[in-house]
Design a binder for this molecule. Structure first.
Ligand code: RRO
Length: 312
C-alpha cells in the first residue's frame, strides 16, 4: 500500500521526494527526478541571479554521510521558472517545489512574488537556513530578523502554500522561541532540518580537510545528523502540531529512516545524501521497502503512524 500526502490542496502521490540538495540544479537532473519514483520535484535553492559553484572539492561523501560547501550555486530564479514550465507541460502530475535563498528582503520579495504568480510552480519552500549576509547569523538563528522577514513574505498575495526550511536547533529554548515567531504567520509547513553547519572532516592520510572552501568547514548530512533531525521534528511537533505540517529531512537512506521520521511527526520526507550516492533509483528502492513494511504492519492510513511515537 502506498500512502499519499498533501500540503493544502497539493497532492503528493507518495511521501518521499528529494531535498533541495544534490542532483536538482540542472534541467537534466530535474528531468531525472520527474522520471523517478520521487513524489515531487524539489529544485535547488535559487537566488535572483545565477551563482557559480564554490571551488572543488566542495562535496564529499563519507561512510556516515556527506559534507558540502556548494556555495548556493544555481542558475538564477528566472531559469527555474523556465524549467518548471517545460517539466509541467510534460509531466503534470507531480508537484513542483521551488526553494528560495536569502540575501536581502528585497530579493526574497522579488522571488516569492514571481513564484506565487507562476502557474507551473505548486509550492514555495523559503530557505531560512543558508549562509547569508557576511557577518550576520543565518536568518533562522535571528528570531527578530526572521519575524521581520516573514511579515514581508506573508504580506505578498498568493494562493500557493509557503513553507520554511529550518536549520537544526540544539537548545529547546531556541526551538520554542522560533515556534513563537512561526505561529504568527500562515505557514503551511516547515522542513526540519537543513544541514548541520560548520563542521570539519579531516582525512588523516592527506592531513587535509575533505573539502576546499572556507578552510574545510562544510555542511553535514547523512547518518551523522538523523538524531538531530528527528529531535527537531519532534520538538516542533509539540509546539506547532495544530498549525502546520512538518517535512522530515536528515539521514534518510532506507525504509526504517522514513518510518522513524513519520513516527516523530513528519508527514513527508526528503532525501539528500542518498540521492547523491545512489542516484534517483533510491526513490524506487526506499518506497518499495517502506510499502512492504507498512503492509507487514497492517498500516492502511498514514495517520495511524504520523506522530505516534510511543514515548516512555
Ligand atoms: O548550496 C549550499 O552550499 C547549501 C545550501 Br543553499 C543549503 O541550504 N544547505 C547546504 O547544505 N548547502
Amino acid at each position: 500500500m502506498k500512502f499519499t500526502a498533501n500540503i493544502w490542496k497539493v497532492v503528493f502521490p507518495g511521501v518521499i521526494y528529494n531535498s533541495s540538495g544534490p542532483r536538482c540544479t540542472t534541467p537534466d537532473e530535474l528531468r531525472a527526478l520527474w522520471e523517478s519514483e520521487s513524489s515531487a520535484i524539489m529544485m535547488k535553492s535559487c537566488s535572483p541571479l545565477p551563482r557559480e559553484w564554490n571551488p572543488e572539492p566542495r562535496y564529499m561523501e563519507v561512510d556516515l554521510g556527506s559534507i558540502n560547501s556548494i556555495g548556493l550555486a544555481n542558475h538564477g530564479y528566472k531559469k527555474y521558472l523556465e524549467y518548471a514550465a517545460e517539466l509541467k507541460a510534460e509531466f503534470p502530475n507531480k508537484p513542483i517545489v521551488v526553494s528560495i535563498v536569502w540575501f536581502s528582503h528585497v530579493d526574497f520579495i522579488e522571488l516569492v512574488t514571481a513564484f506565487q504568480n507562476d502557474e507551473n510552480v505548486d509550492i514555495l519552500e523559503v530557505n531560512l537556513s543558508c549562509p547569508n549576509v557576511l557577518g550576520k547569523p543565518q536568518i533562522a538563528y535571528d528570531f527578530e530578523g526572521s519575524d521581520e522577514l516573514l511579515a514581508k513574505i506573508f504580506a505578498i498575495p498568493g494562493e500557493k502554500p509557503v513553507g520554511l526550511k529550518l536549520p537544526p536547533y540544539f537548545d529547546p529554548v531556541h526551538t520554542a522561541m522560533m515556534a513563537e515567531v512561526l505561529k504568527k504567520y500562515p505557514i503551511s509547513f516547515i522542513t526540519c532540518i537543513n544541514s548541520v553547519g560548520n563542521t570539519l572532516i579531516i582525512d588523516p592520510e592527506t592531513e587535509s580537510p575533505l573539502i576546499a572552501p572556507k578552510g574545510g568547514l562544510g555542511w553535514l548530512w547523512g547518518d551523522y545528523v538523523k538524531p538531530v533531525a528527528l529531535a527537531n521534528v519532534r520538538m516542533f511537533y509539540k509546539l506547532l502540531w495544530d498549525r502546520m505540517k512538518i517535512i522530515g529531512c536528515g539521514g534518510i537512506k532506507s525504509w526504517v529512516d522514513v518510518f522513524e521520521h513519520l513516527l516523530a511527526w513528519a508527514s513527508l520526507v526528503q532525501l539528500g545524501t542518498v540521492l547523491g550516492k545512489e542516484n534517483t533509483i533510491c526513490f524506487e528502492r526506499i518506497q518499495k521497502e517502506f510499502d512492504e513494511y507498512m503492509d507487514k504492519k497492517w498500516y492502511s492510513d498514514v495517520n495511524q503512524l504520523v506522530g505516534n511515537l510511543k514515548e516512555l
